[in-house]
Design a protein around this ligand. Structure first.
Ligand code: HEC
Ligand SMILES: [Cu+2]
Length: 346
């Protein structure tokens, strides 16, 4: 019985591991998906145990014993040979069929639950681009990029589209993924039950930096979110305070404003991410780098080295002084009183 014990142990170990991986938050859709996953996994474990067990048993039982002729050798003895076994054939047809049917019904149920519109959901327009994410809040008239800030405990309806090729919006601990297709609108509806910093990424191969196309969903408790939305609505980029920030603003308007927007300034570009509250950002370059000065300078000096294929030109030619003035300016773009860095991570 040892071989069975080992197969089962391995299988159960896998189940335990996957169980931990699957349940990372108690967002309703996440629970729905991990519930399905456990069914799939349960069947997979049983099938694995049966198949691997049968294989191990056969290999052991019909092995060549010492002194016996091996395969192809003279005097080789074969185990009993037979053709057709109606019972066996019927069971390996019917059992998988039943399993697939059960999974089909469960999946259809889950799909209906996950995709149906939710009354009172907050709409967010998500545009995926090579290789970053743009978010607009039609009800609030706001825009953020790469970090989607939402209220916890309120359903969100993400209306997805793409500005170039097919991408896919995936925040595993909140919901399953949904493709973002150019010229089409698709929906991903989800809710974060607890405040947190939720990790997401593009789940459809979209070019050289597909793997570098990440995002964060920052869920704030209702009150903080309302405070944030109000403050951001009234927000105008603060006036530069130091000579370096002033220089940074000039360099920004001359070199960056065509592609980037900063609320309350003439910078209205939409080819690149919104930088209005850069100082509150946790990450850079669509979630792949921590927002530190060193990383910012690295990014401005050579975006293509940080993210192959990035659609932002290098600004190494500006020189260290102007780059650091730019960094001073960008870091000053901040909504005071909000720190997203202490949120639990999912
Ligand atoms: C031709 C358009 C263009 C110009 C000009 C441009 N950028 Fe960008 N920028 C982009 C694009 C596109 C991205 C997104 C790249 C990606 O993540 O793949 C980006 C990303 C960034 C990011 C990271 C933003 C985030 O949300 O993670 C920063 C910071 C940035 N740019 C600053 C600047 C500064 C400062 C300048 C001027 C010196 C500048 N950019 C000029 C197009 C541009
Ligand atoms: Cu993508």
């Amino acid at each position: 019985m040892n071989r069975f014990a080992i197969a089962w142990l391995l299988a159960l170990l896998g189940l335990a591991l996957a169980h931990n991986v699957a349940i990372v938050s108690d967002a309703p859709n996440n629970l729905e998906v991990s519930y399905l996953l456990r069914w799939v996994l349960g069947f997979a474990v049983v099938i694995f145990a049966v198949v691997a067990g049968a294989l191990a048993y056969t290999v052991w039982k019909f092995r060549a014993r010492s002194g016996e002729a091996g395969p192809g050798e003279e005097g080789e003895t074969l185990p009993p040979q037979f053709e057709e076994n109606a019972r066996l054939e019927l069971s390996w047809t019917v059992i998988p069929l039943v399993i697939v049917l059960i999974l089909f019904v469960l999946t259809a149920q889950a799909l209906v639950k996950i995709t149906r519109p939710i009354a009172g959901a907050m709409p967010v327009e998500v545009t995926a681009r090579q290789f970053w994410w743009d978010f607009r809040y039609p009800d609030l008239g706001l825009r953020t990029s790469n970090e989607l800030i939402i209220p916890a405990g309120r359903p969100i309806e993400a209306k997805l589209t793409s500005g170039d090729v097919i991408h896919s919006f995936w925040v595993p601990s909140l919901n399953g993924k949904t493709d973002a297709v150019p010229g089409q609108t698709t929906y991903n509806r989800f809710m974060a039950t607890e405040p947190g910093d939720y990790y997401g990424y593009c789940a459809e191969f979209c070019g050289a930096s597909h793997a570098n196309m990440r995002l964060r969903v920052i869920a704030l408790d209702q009150q903080t979110f309302e405070r944030f939305a109000e403050a951001y609505k009234n927000y105008r980029a603060p006036e530069p305070k130091t000579p370096s920030q002033r220089r940074g603003l000039e360099v920004f308007q001359a070199n960056c404003a065509a592609c980037h927007s900063v609320k309350g300034t003439p910078a209205k570009g939409v080819l690149g991410p919104d930088l209005s509250i850069f100082g509150n950002r946790l990450t850079l370059a669509s979630g792949i780098l921590e927002n530190t000065r060193e990383n910012l300078i690295r990014w401005l000096t050579d975006p293509g080295a940080v993210k192959p294929g990035a659609k932002m030109p290098s600004f190494a030619r500006l020189g260290q002084e102007d780059l650091s003035a730019l960094a001073d300016y960008l870091e000053s773009l901040k909504l005071e009183g909000f720190d997203f860095s202490k949120l639990p991570q999912f």
